[in-house]
Write a protein of this length. Structure first.
Length: 420
């Protein structure tokens, strides 16, 4: 279904974006595929508005509160949130934004709320300065994060929490991982520059683009010359660094980026495990594009029978465990509004179970890399310290906390060695 609006207009973009934002407001994750159902030609523009609106949801929510007497339908409220975001970024065309939002409202809920949308947005423009001043004493509105999240950041990273908030509130960088089986990173960077795409080398396989581009513009992306992968995520394969011929388990493998990186670096007998059948198919598709092969199994990493092996079956294990995603929230801006404080404890419990179940599958003398995309200590250093205290044959070799910044997202890594 498409609206009776000009296809390339802001009104059409808002019409597509509003229901997606409304779903998040009602508790649905962006991972449910709603954006993938938007026509491909409109998807980049719709994603830009959806992500921007959700990044600054705390601000938009606070701005709407005094302008609305009664809560409207979620999709109408979401439309106004999207319009407020666009007003913040199109400061030279406010009346155009209002007009286009009203046009979009005409195609939602039988057009009954065109007047409401028009009145609320015009009231906002008239009162904008005063409304913005009222946000000064509302941290969630001013800093675009839930209060409890801000408190956790301040407690766990007292010297860096403001930088973390700033990083979360900006679009993420675009990192590439060059497939060394098809050529060097330096050679691929030359191909990018010939195509008018600028970037710089980062490590053995990484390239940081100066400006994100669609993957369709990357030379030979379809034939596996390169993958999109954050530079911080590329650290996993470097740290685990299994020797050629090793038996390796990637225990929470989807969508397969780290699996592929391991296989690009060395010939391995690799099992890629994930609990979600759809995401297992995504692993297979990614490996196929890159010309790589692994044994892909669908199962729960906390259940030993999932990978169908006996104890001490693997020389190396990557445990990229489920977590709060607090280190990659700029890529998943819905997460900070959908998460609740008690979710961190639930993730920590799952992480503990996975660690305890995987350890017996590791060969004596082997190594396990515990990884998260979190910045919260309960999921990272505290989790590993507790594991070490109750596991006599485990030793910590390396521990790294990557905080999100201009070049990479946030990750935690702990490389554990099993005594022989």
């Amino acid at each position: 279904m498409s609206p009776a609006l000009p296809p390339e207009s802001l009104a059409t973009t808002l019409w597509y974006a509003a229901p997606i934002v409304a779903r998040v407001m009602e508790g649905q994750s962006l991972a449910d595929g709603a954006l993938e159902r938007v026509p491909a030609a409109r998807r980049p523009a719709v994603q830009d508005i959806v992500y921007g609106t959700l990044r600054r949801y705390g601000e938009g929510d606070a701005l709407l509160a005094p302008l609305l007497r009664n809560p409207p339908y979620p999709v109408i409220r979401a439309l106004m949130l999207c319009a407020l975001h666009r007003l913040a970024t199109w400061t030279d065309a406010p009346h155009t934004v209002v007009h286009q939002a009203v046009e979009a409202a005409g195609q939602l809920e039988e057009g009954r709320y065109k007047g409401l949308v028009n009145g609320v947005l015009r009231n906002y423009l008239r009162q904008q300065e005063a409304l913005q001043q009222e946000l000064a004493d509302q941290p969630a509105a001013r800093l675009w994060h839930p209060d409890w999240w801000l408190e956790k950041l301040q407690a766990s990273h007292p010297e860096h929490w403001e930088a973390l908030v700033a990083a979360d509130n900006n679009p993420p960088p675009m990192g590439l991982r060059v497939n060394l089986r098809q050529g060097s990173a330096a050679a691929y960077l030359q191909r990018l520059e010939a195509a008018g795409i600028s970037g710089r080398l980062q490590g053995e396989t990484g390239i940081l683009l100066h400006k994100p581009v669609p993957v369709s513009q990357l030379p030979d992306f379809a034939s596996g010359a390169v993958s999109v992968q954050d530079l911080g995520a590329q650290r996993a394969a470097e740290l685990l660094n299994p020797t050629p011929g090793s038996r390796v388990l990637d225990a929470c493998a989807a969508p397969g980026g780290k699996t592929a990186h391991l296989l690009e670096r060395a010939e391995l007998e690799l099992t890629a495990l994930d609990v979600d059948p759809a995401r297992c198919r995504q692993i297979e598709a990614n490996l196929s594009r890159l010309g790589l092969a692994a044994r892909v199994r669908c199962g729960d990493a906390s259940r030993p029978q999932a990978w169908g092996k006996q104890p001490q079956s693997f020389d190396a294990i990557l445990a990229d465990v489920p977590c709060s995603a607090s280190g990659v929230v700029r890529r998943h801006p819905d997460a900070k509004w959908l998460r609740q404080p008690q979710d961190i404890l639930k993730f920590a419990y799952t992480q503990r179970r996975i660690l305890e179940r995987l350890w017996p599958a590791l060969q004596p003398g082997g190594k396990l890399l515990y990884a998260t995309c979190s910045v919260f200590p309960e999921e990272n250093g505290e989790q590993v310290a507790k594991f070490l205290s109750r596991t006599p044959d485990a030793r910590l070799q390396t521990e790294e906390q990557w905080l999100p910044g201009a070049e990479h997202d946030g990750f935690y890594y702990a490389l554990l060695h099993k005594l022989a």
